[in-house]
Write a protein that binds this ligand. Structure first.
Ligand SMILES: Cc1ncc(COP(=O)(O)O)c(C=O)c1O
Length: 203
């Protein structure tokens, strides 16, 4: 990193690149280097935020607090929204009102975001962590799975192909990574059902 770096942007779990959780030691080193250079540290939590990894923010598990943080997607549970959070102590490049957007501040989306934030409590996050562990444990037992990765409720089994035809909605992240992103309210029985479908698909 050279002296002219102004901002370091990290995604706590690299999503489209194959669901790769960042090593906390790497994040700590990057944060220290950014601080040394006087650069801002930003986390892209568009995919990892709002409870997806078992804590409200993924950075809660990394021991590093960013200056800037982006959220979107799950924040309004499907309604269009995007947001940038700025830590109080971060340098003020702009203030509320500086940045305009045609569709920014949509009242319906904001109401949905408020409802989502109100619904995510310690009980729900504990269940996300428990179900995430259950899914990862199950994925590791499946035939053909080379590695199961994830954080909280966001696992990805590294397999060849699963096949939506079997009734399990899933997606890929790169050529050989199957990505599972169950809703935060998923139950243990649904996890077990998903695992049984994958067992059949992989047999
Ligand atoms: C990690 C990540 N960051 C940012 C974005 C952009 O989010 P939006 O489309 O809400 O602007 C996406 C969209 O898929 C994403 O996956």
């Amino acid at each position: 990193m050279s002296e002219d770096v102004g901002l370091v942007l990290l995604e706590p779990v690299l999503g489209e690149g194959g669901v790769v959780p960042l090593d906390p030691a790497f994040v700590a080193a990057a944060a220290a280097r950014a601080k040394g250079l006087g650069a801002l540290l930003a986390f892209d939590e568009v995919q990892t935020g709002v409870g997806r990894t078992g804590t409200f923010f993924a950075f809660d598990q990394l021991g590093v607090r960013p200056d800037l943080l982006t959220l979107a997607k799950a924040l309004a549970n499907g309604l269009p929204i995007g947001c940038l959070l700025v830590a109080d102590e971060a340098p003020r490049g702009f203030v509320p009102g500086d940045h305009g957007s045609t569709f920014g501040g949509n009242p319906v989306s904001c109401a949905a975001a408020f409802a989502v934030c109100s619904a995510i409590d310690d009980e729900l996050l504990a269940s996300v962590r428990a179900n995430g562990d259950r899914l990862l444990d199950g994925l590791e037992q499946l035939p053909g799975v080379a590695e199961a990765r994830g954080a909280g409720d966001r696992p990805a089994g590294v397999i060849v192909d699963a096949g939506l035809d079997a009734g399990l909605v899933c997606l890929n992240a790169g050529p050989n990574v199957l990505r599972l992103a169950p809703p935060l309210v998923v139950g243990a029985d649904e996890i077990d059902h998903a695992l049984s479908i994958l067992t059949e698909v992989l047999a």
